[in-house]
Design a protein around this ligand. Structure first.
Ligand code: NAD
Ligand code: 2HG
Length: 387
């Protein structure tokens, strides 16, 4: 029986994929695997028992990835599973920023008792009028799962789209509409675009990337949209950019003590991924990743360990080893197995920065003594008998 703990609400369609071999109501302390959305895990204890954490979503800045890697805890996310939901919110954000729909709806509500509202409407509406997005320039910073969808949809709506992503993979590039202009210097987006939307992960290198220097380069009256993470925008610099009219409207998905008080700002309550479809997709993908890891030792879509997939084990046994990416680990492991008379029928070793992961399919069963010796190999972090 494997113990699963959910730190946030996870869609039932995903949880239903756990078989009766799983206890889905385990406490965090006794969990073999954890499912999480936005719960902050940086200050939580990581038990020796914990094998894996699956983030039902894209952003993993709420999880201590390095600390997990050091303890042999594999962290997964669900790339692309909620991208369409966020894309739809970004299109909404552009439209909300283009005419004062929120003010308009408030006006209608406030005048609900006006017997002459049909007539008053025609006078009042000019206060909420605006502009169209057709033909305007949109800069998309980060062309991953969400950015690429936003860029393609905005191009289909007739916008001139500028896309910037210095780390774009060739595969991702193939998914982007050829009308999207490839920008190699983000300053071109700042200087030329009427709307700017950001879709990069929250990392030390991206924190505050939309800052005073960036605002200074932007056109007067630009709209800035942030459905990625609040720390990407220097919101203290945003105060001045909004006050001077440099930024006409800021739309953010992240309420915090500063953003909720900003003028000319639309603050949404982190709703980007909150659709039934996205929540279902994320839950299903996260549970499948966890099950494949627990039952077969395979790693797909990890953010702190390498991808490593040997399918389903058809041999006598399989062991999985999380280890440091240093010399001699593999030769020392195979030496321990060889000395115990255990034949390796198949193996796969993959590395990612400082960490590595190896799967060994074995023709012979291994006993506790062999496992102990493997655990003692220099650089080995965690040894698990998968089968
Ligand atoms: N509001 C929400 O509910 C919600 C939902 C999903 C994701 N998000 C946030 O959006 C982010 C992006 O999600 P995604 O699914 O598109 O992720 P993704 O990993 O598919 O794409 C991120 C892209 O950013 C690019 N990138 C990294 N650093 C960059 C930089 N300095 N400049 C330009 N590009 C850079 C990467 O190359 C990658 O292509 C997530 O990390 C998460 O924080 C928010
Ligand atoms: O789980 C959520 O509701 C938000 C998810 C989102 O921020 C993400 O990064 O995927």
């Amino acid at each position: 029986m494997y113990n699963i703990n959910c730190l946030n609400n996870i869609a039932g369609i995903g949880l239903d994929l756990f078989t009766t071999d799983y206890n889905k109501d385990a406490s965090y302390e006794e969990a073999d695997a954890v499912l999480v959305r936005s719960a902050k895990m940086h200050d939580m204890e990581l038990s020796d028992r914990l094998l894996a954490i699956a983030r039902a979503g894209a952003g993993v800045n709420n999880i201590p990835l390095d600390k997990c890697a050091e303890k042999g805890i594999v962290v997964f996310n669900t790339p692309g599973a909620n991208a369409n939901a966020v894309k739809e919110q970004v299109i909404l954000a552009m439209l909300l920023a283009s005419r004062d729909y929120i003010g308009a709806v408030d006006w209608v509500k406030a005048n609900a008792d006006d017997a002459d509202i049909a007539k008053s409407t025609e006078k009042a509406k000019k206060a909420f009028a605006g502009t169209e997005i057709l033909g305007k320039k949109l800069g998309v910073i980060g062309l991953g799962a969400i950015g690429a969808m936003v860029a393609n949809s905005a191009a289909a709506l007739g916008m001139q789209v500028y896309g910037y992503d210095p780390y774009l993979s060739v595969n991702a590039a193939w998914s982007i509409n050829r009308d999207v202009k490839h920008i190699v210097n983000v300053e071109d987006i700042y200087r030329e675009c009427d709307y700017i939307t950001i879709h990069v992960p929250a990392l030390d290198s991206t924190k505050g990337m939309i800052n005073k220097a960036a605002f200074n380069m932007m056109k007067d009256g630009v709209v800035v949209i942030n459905c990625a993470r609040d720390i990407l925008v220097d919101e203290n610099a945003m105060v001045d950019a909004l006050a001077s009219g440099k930024v006409k409207k800021y739309v953010t998905d992240f309420p915090n003590t500063l953003s909720v008080k900003l003028e000319n700002t639309i603050v949404l309550p982190h709703l980007g991924a909150s659709t039934k479809e996205a929540e279902d997709n994320c839950a299903v993908m996260a549970v499948k990743e966890l099950r494949d890891y627990i039952e077969n030792g395979n790693i797909r879509n990890s953010v702190n360990y390498p991808a490593c997939d040997m399918g389903v084990c058809t041999n006598t046994g399989r062991i999985a080893v999380c280890h440091k990416n240093i010399p001699s680990v593999i030769s020392n492991i195979t030496a321990v197995l060889g000395a115990a008379g255990v034949n390796i029928s198949d193996m796969l070793n993959k590395s990612r920065n400082d960490y590595a992961y190896s799967l060994f399919d074995l023709d012979d069963a291994v006993n506790a003594d062999v496992i102990k010796k493997l655990e003692e190999v220099e650089g080995v972090i965690k040894v698990r008998v998968v089968k």
